[in-house]
Design a protein around this ligand. Structure first.
Ligand SMILES: [Zn+2]
Length: 208
């Protein structure tokens, strides 16, 4: 079975995009590798709408961080997707965001931060995922991020429909299985662009 990267279609003229401006857990730069350790996004997810359109999609994006509407949340809950939904706070526009088209105070659809809770590992050899750094001071292992050609050894997802990949640590990239993708498409949700990322066990079907 194939799986897909749940991605931003990056069409800022069609749907509103946001920047996350908070909140983060405390982090520190590791003296060993020079990378930030800790400093992860935590609730509430504070967002500022960017310039562009005021149209809010079923999914809204800032990099791999996404917020979803009530309808998407309900659908994912019914599909028993391994995720939780975090609180979202829409912050007033600042100098940086100039004049967003989404009015503030925000009166649009209720939004939820989609937080995947399931992690699966890829087969590193078969996926071409390599260890980039292995810091002895903070213990962080980092791997190159790949968005296609990934292989997960299990022949079936075993009930999992939505997950992040262990080796991609902080990237926050969300992956979904083929049946979940079909369900999302059938619901007609907007502003998502799933890309074929890999498969469970066997051969990759379809196009890369
Ligand atoms: Zn380190």
């Amino acid at each position: 079975m194939n799986f897909y990267l749940l991605d931003d279609p990056a069409k800022p003229g069609e749907f509103a995009r946001f920047s996350h401006v908070g909140t983060w857990s405390e982090g520190a730069i590791c003296k060993g590798c020079g990378e930030l350790v800790g400093g992860e996004l935590v609730e509430p997810l504070q967002i500022e709408w960017n310039k562009g359109t005021e149209r809010i999609g079923s999914f809204s994006w800032c990099g791999s961080t996404c917020v979803v509407t009530n309808e998407v949340r309900r659908f994912l809950e019914q599909a028993k997707a391994d995720c939780t939904f975090g609180r979202v706070e829409v912050m007033p526009p600042t100098e940086k965001t100039k004049r967003p088209r989404v009015p503030f105070p925000y009166t649009g659809p209720r939004l939820h931060w989609l937080i995947p809770t399931r992690r699966l590992s890829v087969n590193q050899t078969r996926s071409g995922v390599k260890l980039v750094s292995d810091c002895t001071q903070c213990g962080e292992k980092r791997y190159n991020f790949k968005r296609d050609g990934l292989v997960i050894d299990a022949t079936t997802p075993g009930g999992t429909v939505l997950f992040v990949i262990d080796q991609f640590g902080k990237s926050g990239a969300t992956f979904i299985t083929e049946p979940l993708l079909a369900g999302l498409k059938a619901e007609g949700f907007t502003n998502l662009c799933p890309r074929l990322a890999g498969n469970f066990g066997g051969m990759i079907r379809g196009h890369r």
